[in-house]
Design a protein around this ligand. Structure first.
Ligand SMILES: C[S@@+](CC[C@H](N)C(=O)[O-])C[C@H]1O[C@@H](n2cnc3c(N)ncnc32)[C@H](O)[C@@H]1O
Length: 491
């Protein structure tokens, strides 16, 4: 891959990285104190591992999350150093455009001509210098030079040393010249591919495009959904606060709790005992929009791993039936495991192409249908920074075509008066309101229904035009970017 480019061709990750310190960049030399790794031997091996992963991601299109998992399992790193590897990998991938832009200024022959490991060593080291307050810049430079000495000849370590020391002398970076187009400036400053920035400018305007990109560089908050069949939000919140967690009620969802510094809550006894599920706040809105009632027949067309299925089961107080379908047979177990953990007996799983359900399902009269469609995922870049480099405009168009077919097909399974919710975790209207508008044009027996309060009262500011659904963007509430539309069969 061209080093100066956008890294297209990288494959995806799925993680909760906390990939930056939340600043857009830090002034060189303006460091905060901290307890982080100061560049000892263990940190050197953390950097070796991070470098190896970055090279494989760039050169072989490897999945960084899978490589991270396997590399960390094989290593004997402390928890702190494993955290450093994770941060270095995701942070460097996330800030790639900005890092490359700066490096181009200092590498006389251009970074594309460097050996992959040298290019990635410079990126990784610059990431520490620019974005990690807790690592002193001189430690980042020294470690880079040590690695360069181990892996290459003296000329290379001298070049690495020279480039990074020049960067340190240069002060506050990146220096972005006046006169760039807004798309180019945002692309460099917030490290996003220019096609995507241009697309967001066209869809939402310059200010919103910039706000989306800035929010995408923030570490995602941890939020959990309370299983209200077992405990109230207030009671769980009190337990969490008693145990010293920084927990607060979600402003987005009445079922959500936002937790800071609580570690991985999927390892907690609350999770094990079925009191909570880890879920982004925006995803919690979907079941609320479906509003299934106890006793109803519900179809979840693209259900794995089952987060929204389970939430619907909770809202139905486990009375009625939910058929939770996903294309991939191996994912059915993920759904049934969730349902079992949460004590939900009404969930039945199936594995079929949702396009075929109209031919294979015996009953065609569901009260509620959820189509949480496969999508480009461009609303979840905070969690999966690889996505922004991997996706191309044509991916948006091709998934939109599938979404339209899925909506058309599953709509046949809804009974008159029933409600169908269409949702995605993307910011792109090609996949969202345009899919819905095309569907409504073709299907006069369906209408778009407006959301009702209390959900509406909380989210009115995210509404698109009348009847086009709601579009949460990452900067609105710090959630994933998410689209929800509610349709009803009127005849
Ligand atoms: C956005 S995810 C669903 C997330 C899920 N609703 C949840 O809340 O946990 C989309 C799912 O659609 C599934 N999928 C993709 N194409 C499909 C198809 N043609 N039919 C059924 N499922 C499909 C994928 O396997 C994936 O699990």
């Amino acid at each position: 891959m061209s080093a100066g480019g956008n890294g297209a061709g990288r494959t995806g990750v799925n993680h909760n990285s906390g990939n930056s310190n939340g600043k857009d960049h830090k002034a060189l030399g303006g460091k905060k104190g901290g307890t982080g790794n100061k560049g000892n031997t263990a940190a050197a091996s953390a950097r070796d591992i991070a470098l190896d992963i970055l090279v494989k991601v760039e050169q072989q299109g490897a999945y960084s999350n899978l490589l991270l998992n396997s590399s960390l399992q094989k290593s004997a790193l402390s928890r702190e150093d494993a955290g450093l590897v994770t941060e270095l990998v995701y942070g460097t991938i996330s800030r790639m455009n900005t890092l490359d832009y700066v490096l181009e200024e200092f590498v006389s022959k251009g970074i594309a001509k460097l050996q992959p490991w040298v290019r990635n060593l410079l990126r990784l080291s610059l990431y520490q210098i620019m974005y990690l307050d807790r690592i002193p810049s001189h430690a980042a430079v020294n470690e880079a030079v040590n690695i360069a000495k181990k892996k290459g000849h003296q000329g290379i370590s001298g070049m690495v040393n020279g480039v990074l020391r020049s960067v340190l002398r240069a002060g506050d970076l990146p220096v972005i010249p006046d006169g760039l187009s807004p798309a180019k400036r945002i692309s460099i400053q917030y490290s996003h591919p220019i096609w995507l920035v241009k697309r967001w400018i066209t869809e939402y305007g310059v200010d919103t495009a910039e706000a989306i990109c800035a929010a995408n560089n923030e570490p995602p908050a941890v939020s959990v959904r309370v299983n209200t069949t077992m405990i109230s939000r207030e009671a769980l919140l009190s337990q969490m606060i008693e145990q010293g967690l920084q927990a607060s009620a979600s402003k987005v969802s009445p079922y959500g709790i936002v937790v800071k510094g609580g570690g991985n809550l999927a390892l907690s006894s609350w999770y094990r005992d079925g009191y909570l599920s880890v879920q982004d706040e925006s995803s919690m809105l979907v079941a609320e929009a479906v509003a299934p009632e106890p006793g109803m027949r519900v179809l979840d067309c693209c259900a794995a791993p089952g987060g929204k299925t389970a939430h619907m089961g909770e809202l139905m107080k486990d009375e009625g039936s939910i058929f939770a379908n996903d294309l991939h047979p191996h994912k059915a177990k993920l759904i049934s495991d969730q349902a079992a953990r949460l004590g939900l007996e009404t969930v039945v799983t199936g594995s079929a192409d949702a396009l075929e359900l109209e031919h294979t399902l015996e009953h065609h009269s569901f009260d509620r249908i959820l189509l949480d469609a496969p999508c480009s995922g461009l609303g979840v870049i905070r969690r999966k920074p690889d996505l922004k480099w991997r996706k191309q405009p044509e991916d948006v168009a091709s998934v939109a075509s599938l979404q339209g077919q899925l909506l058309q097909s599953v709509s046949k399974l809804l009974k008159p008066g029933g409600v169908l919710v269409y949702s995605t975790c993307t910011t792109e209207q090609t996949e969202n309101s345009e899919v819905v508008a095309a569907f409504l044009k073709q299907n006069p027996d369906f209408t778009s229904i407006t959301f009702t309060s209390p959900l509406w009262g909380r989210l009115e500011g995210t509404a698109l035009a009348e009847g086009e659904g709601i579009q949460l963007l990452p900067h609105h509430y710090g959630s994933d970017g998410f689209y929800i539309s509610k349709l009803q069969r009127v005849l």
